[in-house]
Structures are given as structure tokens and as C-alpha cells.
Design a protein around this ligand. Structure first.
Ligand code: ADP
Length: 686
């Protein structure tokens, strides 16, 4: 790896690290930051006094880079070099270099606030500005003061504004590692195409026919588009006249690809063969694909956006920022001069694209983060004055506090409760943690563990949740599919019933296939369930009665205990039927009018009516606002929640949060770290 640009700067980097507790390293994507820095520090002996931890915002990057570094060092993955992502820990007592998601490091800091195990913490890919990395920046700043003598922190980024981070860390040094970028010619379209899939297809085929060798990297917005384009490309290439151009292979690249498929993009193209790599923005900076000479940029990205005033997520295809467009173009110039085909006019780039991407902290629900920060009990920090690089809005913080209050995680003064403390220990979003705790109280923990585990798996698990899966099911399952239907009570119950059926079929892989369920996904659920059960056992320490082994009795009280536990856990996500609007209105969030998502198995009664109250896993605005994953609850369970909402006093909860309408500067507000979000289905790529 001597040819990677960063290696030429080894001495300079090591010397700067030696002399400073915090160093910012800015280097072009592919310069070797993720794979080489840890190895340099290892060679210099930093692993003698502790572990080198390297955080990644994306799970796929943590796994892929750890694999690569283990390979370069000639060691077995999981021994000297390992990784830890949510629900998957491949480290051992031997591990000296550990790649982990930023969320996992946050969780580690709960049980070990000083992170004493680590001699070095590298916050990699800081330019992605993930919510968890942003919170880590604040925590690490604090940690550096406490462990000045034995902790080194490196913050690395491809594009980040180095000066801003340096300022945040009291003027720490910024090292720029010049990349070896060749010139990239930018070619703009005259107008926006009607379909960026068709336009990408045509552009790729034109390049293949007319341009010299070199791989083509095409940016799509998500897995669906990638699959469509891959199959169209394969068909077009098959139909090209034999011998008219070189061979071609088409490779998808996105976060939910199985690992064996992911590694294929790192193998170079065979001779006289061009690769079409069709990727999400994961290929923008997270994973470097070598051999790319042509880039096709649709100018779009799929982004989750949370609106704190409605409690609603939207998963929108939005325009990328200028920084992202330039990153994408840069991918074409790594091996020789390249070309970037922008499927939009230069005017759009100049006038419409925002300069930099909005950090995730400013477009996410902060309930999990605020709970996490409250649970840290930082003695010297008022949690609402937490130090952020870019602070979240007051609306977001208030929204988070309201949600936490409704699920009993904080009291009416905004102080964390003992329930909240236990919730914070679970690697789940607050509603699911609360559900588990309540389920434990009313004797249905086993069922609740199953629901939580099922929700933590990818949404692609179930047929019928997306058109893609319906198609797959039709193609691959000749047998009649007889999945349970949730007994009309909703999707959580269906998830439980599916798992229970699988259990009754002795976790048979064939059963999954016959029912159109992803085998990998179901095995993951089984493993997650086991881990959650262990965590509950550990948390219990005698105080909680973990009755996870109790098997549920079929038809037991129409799952009343479980649904009641879900109602307590999802008290912040309650919907009340609105006959007038032929749907529901959400409670506690400015009364949004919403519908039950068409994929839901919740059924209406003999009069065609849905139940009066439901709880939902999330609100998502696609073509219209929907509640996704819903469960019928009873009016008498909703009453105490309505009462609580009536008495809710946001000012008291926030302890003056809203007093000056602003925060983030010294002496004012800020938020706290969040556990890695779990089961927030539908994330664009992760
Ligand atoms: P940076 O972090 O600066 O973007 P990386 O350290 O990720 O750079 O990448 C350096 C080089 O290592 C690139 O050429 C990349 O293709 C290669 N690389 C990274 N991960 C893998 C992997 N899992 N398999 C093969 N090559 C990899």
C-alpha cells in the first residue's frame, strides 16, 4: 500500500500526533485514511497501551475496511483486527485495531465513559456529518481534557471544513494530505432528463461503445433504482453486436448487499472487460472503488428528513450539494484523467445546489440522542449545553423531550427517570426499549423481544412490504405462501406470528424460502433476539424479572398484554381514528391527518372501520402521510396517554429551553449523543 498518498506523509502525521492530543487530517477519498492511519499508529506502538478505535458512520464501511486491514496485515479478521457493528461483534481479546460504527462507540461510552480501553480514537469520515459522529465530536472534546496524557484523537475527512473543526478543538493542527487526482472533464446535460435511470443507461452504453477502457461508476439513489438499472444494463450489453466492443460486467453496490457481493467491487476488471458499478452515495466517499474512469452523476440522493413539528419522516429524493457533486466527479480521476457526466445543466449546479449537505443532526429525530445524553449524567455539563459543531434546532430538542416524557423516560421536570436509565442501556430506539420493559412487567417479554428483533431487521425481510419483494416472491417461490396475517390486529402482531411459525418449523431455512422471507434476514433476527435477551438479563441484575423463555400460548388474550406493552412504549406514536377524514390523526404532534400504510395487515371490522386507536412505528410521508407498522390498541389504554398530553408543559420539561429561542452558543442549549438508531426502517443506505 506504499503507493497510497497518505503513506508518504507517515512521519509528518506521526510526529504531529505525538505532539498534539487532537489532529484533523483532510485527504481525498481513496488516499488511504481509513485503511492506513490505524496501521501507522499500530507500527508506532500506540497499540501497546490500548486499542486503536476507528469509527465509521456506515456499517458496511466498518466491515469492509476491517476486512481489508486484516488482509494487509496478514491476520485473521476478529483477532488483531476486528470490527463491531450493532448486533455483530467480531473482536476478541487479541484485537488491537477495532473498526466500529459511531453508534457502537457511543454505546460503549455508556458503560465506560472515559473509553479507557482506547489509546487512539479515529473519527473517520467526519465529513458525512452523521448524527452519531457529531455527538461523538462533542464527547471526545470533553474526553480529551480528561485523558490528555493517554488519549490521541484523529478526525479525518475528505471534504470537511478543517478550520471549523480545528476551531472546535481549540485550534488543533490540520494536516492536508494532497491526493493524486488527475483532471476530470465535467460534461453537463442540456436539460434534466425525464428519467435519470434511462438517461444513465443511455450514457453508460454510449461510453461503453465510444470511449476507451476504464470502469464506469453510476450514482443512483437507492436499491430499487440500482436493481432496475443493473438489469437494463445487462440486457443492453447482451444485445450489443458481438465483437463490437469489449466485454462488460455490471455490479451493484449499496449498504444492504450481502458481504460476498460487496467484495466483488474490489476485484479489478478482467482483461478487456469494462465494469459498470451502479452504486448509492456509499461510493461517494465511504468505499473507494479503484479503476473508475467515468462517472455518471444523476445529481440526486435519497435522504431521510425528520420534521419535528409533525413527527414525520420523509424519505425524499433530493438534489445533492455542490460538495457531493464534486466528490462524485473526483471518483473518475483516481487512476488517470477521467470524465464525469452530470445529468443536469451547469446552471442547476450553480444556482440550485446547496453548497454543503445539511448535517444529519439537523434532520433527525433526537429522542434517542437526548435520552442517551441525559443518561450519561455528565457531572460538569448541563446536558442542554452540550457542545455541538452545528447545534440542532430548539424545535427538535423540544420534540425529543416531549417524546421522552410520554414514554416515561423523563419526568415533568425533564430529569431522567429510572425507567429512562434502563431504556438507555438497550441498543434500541426509545419506543422499543420502553416496550420491552413494559412487556417484562406484564409477562410477555418473550413476544416483545421477537417484535423488537423483527423490527431491527431490514424492511426487505417481508414480502409485501415493497413492490420489489412481491416480485421476488412471485419469481422464486413456486409454493403457495401462507404467512400469518396478524389476526387483523396489525403489523407488530404479524411480525411476531411469522417468527413464531418459523420457530415451530425448527428455524428451517427452506420454510423461509417457501414463504418468500430472506434467509439472511431471518437468521439475523434470531441472533438479534438472542442478544437482546442477553442484554435484558444483564440489565436485570436481579431487579428485572426476565421471563424471556416463557413461550406464548397461541391466541392468548388476543395478544392483549403485548399490545398493551406496545401502547406504553409507543405512547409518543398514538393515532386516533378520524371518521371525518377517513383515516387517523396523530396525537401529541399537532394533529396530523394520516392514513394506515397500504402494506399494513391491520383490518377493518364488519362495518369497514379501523380500530379507534392504534400505535405506529413511524410516520412517513411518501405520496401522502402514512403510519407504517401499526398495532391496534384499546381506548382504555390510550386514556392515560391523553391525560399526560393534556398536562404536558414543554417549558418545564425543557428547563428554559425555549427562553431565548436560540441555543448552541456558550451557556445556551445543546443536545446529547444517541445510540445507534435501530429499526428506523427505510434508511437510504447504511
Ligand atoms: P480513504 O479512507 O482515504 O477514502 P481508504 O483507506 O478507504 O481511503 O482506501 C485506500 C485504498 O484501499 C483504496 O484504493 C481502496 O480501493 C482500497 N480498499 C479499501 N477497502 C478495501 C477492501 N475491502 N478491499 C480491497 N480494497 C480496499
Amino acid at each position: 500500500m506504499a503507493s497510497l498518498p497518505i503513506v508518504q506523509f507517515e512521519e509528518k502525521i506521526l510526529q504531529t500526533v505525538e505532539e498534539n492530543p487532537v489532529v484533523v487530517i483532510i485527504g481525498e477519498t481513496g488516499s488511504g485514511k481509513s485503511t492506513q492511519l490505524s496501521q501507522m499508529l499500530h507500527r508506532r506502538g500506540y497499540t501497546k497501551s490500548g486499542i486503536i478505535g476507528v469509527t465509521q458512520p456506515r456499517r458496511v464501511a466498518a466491515v469492509s475496511v476491517a476486512r481489508r486491514v486484516a488482509q494487509e496485515l496478514g491476520v485473521r479478521l476478529g483477532e488483531e483486527v476486528g470490527y463491531a457493528i450493532r448486533f455483530e461483534d467480531r473482536t476478541s481479546d487479541l484485537t488491537r485495531i477495532k473498526y466500529l460504527t459511531d453508534g457502537v462507540l457511543l454505546r460503549e461510552s455508556l458503560s465506560n465513559p472515559e473509553l479507557n480501553e482506547y489509546s487512539v480514537i479515529i473519527l473517520d469520515e467526519a465529513h458525512e456529518r452523521s448524527l452519531n459522529t457529531d455527538i461523538l465530536l462533542g464527547l471526545v472534546k470533553r474526553l480529551v481534557k480528561m485523558r490528555a496524557s493517554n488519549l490521541k484523537v484523529l478526525i479525518t475527512s475528505a471534504t470537511l471544513d478543517g478550520e471549523k473543526v480545528s476551531e472546535f478543538f481549540s485550534g488543533c493542527p490540520v494536516l492536508n494530505v494532497p491526493g493524486k487526482l488527475y483532471p476530470v472533464e465535467i460534461l453537463y446535460s442540456k436539460e434534466r432528463p425525464k428519467s435519470y435511470i434511462e438517461s444513465s443507461l443511455q450514457t453508460a452504453i454510449d461510453i461503453h461503445i465510444h470511449e476507451p477502457e476504464g470502469d464506469i461508476l453510476i450514482f443512483m439513489t437507492g436499491q430499487d433504482d440500482i436493481e432496475k438499472l443493473v438489469s437494463k444494463l445487462e440486457e443492453r450489453v447482451r444485445n450489443l453486436e458481438e465483437g463490437s466492443c469489449m466485454d462488460a460486467i455490471t455490479l451493484p453496490l449499496h449498504g444492504s448487499l450481502p458481504p460476498e457481493m460487496q467484495v466483488r467491487v474490489f476485484a479489478p476488471a478482467p482483461p478487456n472487460c469494462r465494469r459498470f458499478i451502479v452504486a448509492t452515495n456509499i461510493a461517494e466517499t465511504s468505499l473507494t472503488v479503484d479503476g473508475v474512469v467515468y462517472v455518471i452523476d444523476s445529481g440526486y440522493v435519497k435522504q431521510r428528513q425528520y420534521n419535528p413539528s409533525t413527527g414525520m419522516y420523509s424519505l425524499d429524493v433530493v438534489q445533492i450539494s455542490k460538495v457531493q457533486a464534486n466528490q462524485r466527479a473526483g471518483r473518475a480521476g483516481r487512476t488517470r484523467p477521467g470524465k464525469c457526466y452530470r445529468l443536469y445543466p451547469s446552471m442547476v449546479y450553480e444556482d440550485d445546489f446547496i453548497d454543503v449537505t445539511v448535517p444529519e443532526i439537523q434532520r433527525s429525530s433526537l429522542a434517542g440522542s437526548v435520552l442517551y445524553l441525559k443518561s450519561l449524567d455528565l457531572p460538569d455539563i448541563d446536558i442542554l449545553k452540550f457542545d455541538f459543531l452545528d447545534p440542532p434546532s430548539n424545535d427538535s430538542l423540544e420534540d425529543a423531550l416531549k417524546q421522552l416524557y410520554l414514554i416515561d423516560a423523563i419526568d415533568d421536570n425533564g430529569s431522567i427517570t429510572s425507567v429512562g436509565r434502563t431504556m438507555a442501556e438497550l441498543p434500541l430506539e426509545p419506543s422499543l426499549s420502553r416496550t420491552l420493559m413494559e412487556a417484562n412487567e406484564n409477562g410477555c417479554l418473550s413476544q416483545a423481544l421477537t417484535v423488537a428483533a423483527m423490527l431491527s431487521a431490514e424492511t426487505t425481510l417481508l414480502p409485501g412490504r415493497s413492490s420489489r419483494n412481491i416480485e421476488k416472491k412471485r419469481k422464486h417461490t413456486p409454493n403457495e405462501v401462507h404467512l400469518p396475517d396478524g389476526s387483523g390486529l396489525g403489523d407488530h402482531i404479524q411480525l411476531l406470528q411469522i417468527y413464531e411459525q418459523w420457530d415451530q418449523n425448527d428455524y428451517d431455512i427452506g420454510w423461509c424460502k417457501d414463504n418468500g422471507l430472506q434467509v439472511r434476514g431471518m437468521l439475523f433476527v434470531k441472533d438479534v433476539r438472542k442478544q437482546l435477551c442477553q442484554i435484558m438479563q444483564k440489565i436485570a441484575k436481579g431487579s428485572l424479572d426476565v421471563r424471556a423463555d416463557k413461550r406464548y400460548i397461541k391466541g392468548q388474550q388476543e395478544y392483549r398484554n403485548l399490545r398493551k406493552a406496545l401502547c406504553v412504549g409507543y405512547a409518543n406514536k398514538l393515532g386516533q381514528r378520524s371518521i371525518q377524514h377517513n383515516g387517523y390523526r396523530t396525537i401529541g404532534f399537532n394533529y396530523q391527518l394520516v392514513q394506515v400504510h397500504p402494506s399494513s395487515v391491520l383490518t377493518t371490522d364488519e362495518y369497514g372501520m379501523f380500530p379507534e386507536y392504534v400505535v405506529y412505528h413511524e410516520l412517513i410521508s411518501t405520496s401522502r402521510p402514512y403510519m407504517r407498522t401499526v398495532c391496534a390498541v384499546e381506548a382504555s389504554w390510550a386514556d392515560p396517554i391523553l391525560e399526560k398530553i393534556k398536562n404536558l408543559n414543554v417549558n418545564k420539561l425543557s428547563g428554559g429551553l425555549g427562553q431565548n429561542g436560540k441555543h448552541g452558543t456558550e451557556g445556551e442549549i445543546s443536545g446529547l449523543p444517541q445510540r445507534e438508531p435501530v429499526a428506523t426502517s427505510g434508511a437510504p443506505d447504511d
